[in-house]
Ligand binder design. Structure first.
Ligand code: LP5
Ligand code: MN
Length: 251
């Protein structure tokens, strides 16, 4: 049986990576699991990277007064105040998280992609949606909503009106996904190769596709690991890395 992360006593020299939690008020069990994870597990680690889609969706930093959001903000703030370094990268659900949220929680926003030094190895971090280039409808949508001018106009509308639009897009996205094949919604191997050639990492870590796995890619005569993180729909999932390597673990 695979060992769970909560039973791992020594995490002091580890770096943790999670993504795709999709936290929302209607999923209290996974919310409680995340809060317990911050308090009991991540707090023992060297650093925590959240690689996007922490929330089911984020309609703007003016939504911080929401009781559910307050619960998550308080837990993140407590963890960062206790000394845990928390880094956050935007996902396709929460790319509107901005400075206000970061200041309240003490987390550091990082770009997609970002290169880090991981125990002497160059690790390239990404949410992963950018690599799904076969999903043309999604990429067009992405280009539109990642445009700063579009975002400014969107954010100028009242919060409730924005939430209504997000719900409509969610419904459309869920409907359209039923028509898309698993291949279309996976990363495109040429896009992955291009990213690896550009950044020359030793390993790539990303989420979004919800298909946790370690892929080995040969590029220019060497092997690069592509680690895919798991989602938190059924249970929490975390990539634990130390000087000896990485391991995908359930909570
Ligand atoms: O998230 P997931 O894994 O379920 O699906 C994604 C892609 N879908 C999305 C949409 C999000 O789920 C919901 C939106 C989040 C809101 C963020 C807030 C700010 C934006 C506000 C917008 C009003 O990302 C899905 C991919 C899938 O990953 C796999 O990669 O397939 O993509 C889609 O389904 C997108 C559709 O194919 C195209 C939707 C076109 C919508 C066009 C309307 C544009 C006008 C918007 C202005 C109101
Ligand atoms: Mn995603």
């Amino acid at each position: 049986m695979q060992k769970s992360l909560s039973s791992n006593p020594n995490l002091s020299n580890t770096t943790l990576f999670i993504s795709d939690l999709h936290l929302c008020a209607s999923r209290p069990v996974i919310t409680a699991a995340f809060i317990a994870f911050l308090q009991d597990t991540a707090s023992k680690a060297h650093a925590l990277y959240i690689l996007g889609d922490l929330f089911e969706y984020w309609a703007g930093d003016d939504d911080i007064d929401d009781a559910f959001h307050q619960q998550i903000i308080t837990a993140l703030k407590k963890a960062s105040d206790s000394g845990l370094k928390i880094f956050f990268m935007h996902g396709n659900r929460d790319f509107l998280i901005a400075d206000g949220f970061c200041q309240l929680t003490g987390i550091t926003l990082i770009d997609d992609p970002t290169l880090i030094d991981l125990y002497g190895n160059k690790a390239l971090l990404s949410h992963g949606d950018d690599l799904c280039t076969d999903d043309v409808a999604y990429q067009q949508f992405r280009t539109q909503v990642r445009d700063k001018k579009w975002q400014a106009e969107f954010l100028s509308q009242p919060l409730q009106a924005r939430k209504k639009q997000v719900e409509a897009i969610r419904a459309r996205s869920m409907q359209e996904k039923t028509q898309k094949s698993l291949e279309i919604m996976d990363v495109n191997t040429d896009a992955v190769d291009a990213m690896l050639r550009k950044y020359q990492p030793d390993l790539l870590i990303h989420g979004h596709t919800h298909r946790p796995h370690r892929h080995s890619i040969e590029l220019g005569g060497r092997f690069i690991s592509r680690w895919v993180l798991g989602d938190w729909y059924e249970q929490g999932s975390c990539l634990v890395c130390d000087e000896f390597g990485c391991k995908n673990m359930p909570l």
